[in-house]
Design a protein. Structure first.
Ligand code: LMR
Length: 332
């Protein structure tokens, strides 16, 4: 009996040496900052990614989502990402010029995409992939494109003809292409952070703006805009980006789980974006605060004529090769 008892003690001691008491490991935290409301396509997708990432990594990764510019406004969030203060963002494609990648502004050119299908040919094809690659030397890895939709215009007067824009102070995202677009219509563009837009409309700092219905409704912009025009003159979408050092430093296995979670979230986002915008437009209509206008074919033609010079003006800034490649891709 002596020998087995001793063996048991030795065995227990060996097990204790081989595996020290398990200590709960702190999860890896991904701070995901964005500027819009949780109910928007981007806000819902951020929450979807959080749920997938946390569940599929068994809690080894924790995603903290900060919506509505809670942490940073537009420009600041890009700096915070590069400094590593946050790990993930999904800025609008209009907001990449401060990183020195002006090519993304091609997505803001008026009427460049005749349909969502044409847009996706570009985003998911070689052009979209090459653009994400251009972020790498900036310390940023591009993971995916997320959709929002085509933009509408708003003001306190009907915007039916280009002449209706004369002298109107219009809020834009900080993009030279959008600046040129508003000037081509005869308006005075003013670049404001997204978080400043609804208050600026309320206080009369600006008189109108452009955005998607989901962004307008969730910030209640329509409450101080009596007229909306369903112009669909330009596109609003996002690139989901991460701090490259952080991403490359993740254990390989976790990174591939997160890449899969991002791919699945992107499919989810693409499936909900259009419906979310249709519902937001319907909610604006039901609010009774805003008259919604549809352009006649003649009015549409006049908008297109007024905005046609913008692409020529902006081509040198964006890169003629990118603009031509997009034109070629959407014509196929
Ligand atoms: C805006 O500033 O209007 C948009 O970029 C906000 C957003 O992220 O959709």
């Amino acid at each position: 009996m002596q020998i087995p008892a001793l063996a048991a003690v030795v065995l227990a001691a060996c097990i204790a040496c081989a595996s020290p008491p398990a200590r709960a490991q702190a999860p890896i935290v991904i701070k995901f900052s964005h500027v819009v409301a949780p109910e928007t396509p981007k806000g819902r997708a951020a929450e979807h990614f959080k749920a997938l990432a946390e569940q599929r990594t068994g809690g080894r990764v924790k995603v903290e989502v900060y919506p509505n510019s809670q942490l940073y406004r537009d420009r600041e969030e890009l700096e915070a990402l590069q400094l590593g203060a946050v790990q993930m963002l999904a800025p609008s494609l209009a907001k990449f010029a401060p990183l020195g990648v002006k090519e993304f502004e091609a997505f803001n050119l008026p009427y460049i995409f005749p349909s969502k299908k044409a847009l996706y040919t570009v985003l998911e094809g070689r052009i979209g992939r090459n653009l994400l690659q251009k972020l790498e030397p900036k310390g940023i890895t591009g993971l995916a494109y997320w959709d929002n939709g085509f933009k509408i215009m708003s003001a306190n007067k009907p915007l039916l003809q280009p002449a209706d824009f004369a002298g109107l102070r219009m809020r834009i995202q900080a993009s030279k292409v959008l600046d040129a677009q508003m000037r081509a219509l005869g308006a005075q563009p003013l670049a404001l952070a997204f978080s400043e837009t609804a208050p600026a409309l309320r206080d009369g700092v600006v008189e109108g703006t452009e955005n998607t219905p989901s962004n307008m409704f969730t910030q209640r912009m329509h409450e101080s805009q009596a007229h909306l025009t369903l112009s669909n003159h330009g596109y609003l979408g996002y690139a989901v980006i991460v701090n490259k050092k952080f991403w490359d430093g993740l254990p390989r296995e976790l990174r591939s789980i997160l890449e899969r979670a991002m791919a699945d979230t992107t499919a989810f986002e693409k499936a909900i974006a259009e419906r979310a915008n249709d519902e937001a437009l319907e909610a604006i209509r039901r609010s009774g605060k805003t008259t919604i206008h549809t352009l006649t074919p003649a009015q549409q033609a006049a908008w297109r004529r007024a905005l046609a010079p913008v692409t020529t003006q902006m081509q040198a800034r964006i890169g003629q090769d990118v603009v031509e490649a997009i034109r070629h891709a959407v014509a196929r």
